[in-house]
Design a protein around this ligand. Structure first.
Ligand code: WQD
Length: 341
């Protein structure tokens, strides 16, 4: 069964394509503008899987070009929609670019589902829709918080767009997956997160400091009301996140969904602090990281992590990889990158 992956040369999209091919349950077709990724990811996927995935380098905000794919592939039965900008700090600096890109692309995806009768959609959402939460762990019934940045707001609006669309089109089935903090890389070391010149996220910064690409990093705040004063997040291996997309497709294709718009948190059920992640890296790799205890970063919330009961019970999904796997795979990828660059 053929599935279109938007944003398929990105971090989670590419790992999901690899997972699809390795499980053999679905046939991926990839579309990506490569504005935030590279077409070389298709080569890396082929090196890992032996499969050359059909790839269209174009922006799904360009409706005509996007729709053309469905004239060529009339047997697409579903779309996994990853394509979006996803940097919290960048969205604060460039709000209109985030609203335009993230919402226009989703609108085109929903329009294509209608025009070409594509009955299944998996939407990449984010724990950032919860904002700052008092009662942890969060679950799918935790209400959306006031959006703390345009990125989070585009994910909140996106979920509501899908909910209203599903309400008027009962033949359409959507699953919304709320990621917490995806980290790590493919076990082969041949695919992983390709950060922009200066990454924002914790794990790529840790591995770049570890390999010497970055001289020093800072812990953004150690005066939070958490067990060690640094922020707590729910880190999940990217291959576990990828696996959840396969299970979400099976969930709707096997008609196990009670409604035609279901939401799942993809979290591990526990949190890890920034200092704990740094110490885990040092212990696992034997490398001492050069870090300072710095000021808070604007837009950060003190702690968030999820219970994953719903995804375990209904998607039959659980995290197969632990913190050691996340650190080891991220480090293996960083070392591979340093050889190839
Ligand atoms: C994690 C913690 C930082 C760098 C991410 C994605 C976002 C969304 C949610 C999917 C924070 C701290 C970081 C550093 C640090 N995911 N940190 N020093 O902010 O939770 O957001 O998950 O939709 O797209 O960006 O992740 O990795 O940026 O930060 O202390 O050099 O690490 O302050 O507390 P975040 P992150």
């Amino acid at each position: 069964m053929k599935v279109l992956i938007t944003g398929g040369t990105g971090y989670i999209g590419s790992h999901t394509i690899i997972e699809m091919i390795e499980t053999g349950k679905f046939t991926p077709v990839c579309i990506d503008s490569c504005e935030r990724s590279t077409p070389e990811t298709i080569d890396r996927i082929e090196k890992i899987t032996g499969i050359r995935v059909p790839f269209y380098q174009q922006n799904i905000c360009d409706k005509d070009g996007f729709f053309q794919i469905f004239e060529e592939h009339k047997d697409i039965i579903g779309i996994i929609h990853f394509a979006a900008y996803k940097s919290v700090p960048e969205s604060v600096e460039k709000p209109l670019e985030y609203y335009r890109n993230n919402l226009q692309s989703l609108e085109n995806v929903l329009e294509v589902c209608l025009k070409y009768n594509i009955p299944n959609l998996i939407f990449s959402s984010s724990c950032s829709i919860y904002g700052e939460v008092a009662n942890l762990p969060v679950n799918e019934d935790t209400p959306m918080g006031a959006p703390f940045c345009p990125y989070a707001h585009t994910k909140q609006i996106g979920e509501e767009m899908i909910r209203f669309f599903a309400h008027v089109h009962p033949q359409f089935n959507a699953v919304i997956l709320r990621y917490f903090n995806p980290v790590g890389a493919h076990s082969s070391g041949l695919n992983g997160e390709l950060s922009p010149d200066k990454p924002n996220n914790l794990m790529p910064i840790i591995t770049q400091v570890g390999i010497g690409k970055m001289k020093q990093m800072a812990v953004f705040g150690t005066d939070y009301n958490t067990r060690d004063g640094s922020c707590i997040r729910d880190y999940v291996h990217v291959s576990d996140i990828a696996d959840a997309h396969i299970k979400a497709l099976e969930f709707i294709l096997e008609k196990r969904n009670a409604t035609n718009c279901e939401v799942f948190n993809l979290g591990s059920g526990s949190g890890v602090s920034v200092l704990e992640m740094i110490h885990a890296f040092e212990e696992i790799t034997g490398i001492k990281l050069n870090y300072i205890l710095g000021e808070r970063r604007a837009g950060d919330i003190p702690a968030i992590y999820s219970d994953s009961v719903r995804a375990e019970q209904l998607l039959h999904w659980h995290c197969k990889y632990g913190l050691k796997d996340m650190v080891e795979s991220a480090w293996k990828w960083e070392k591979m990158l340093s050889i190839s660059q």
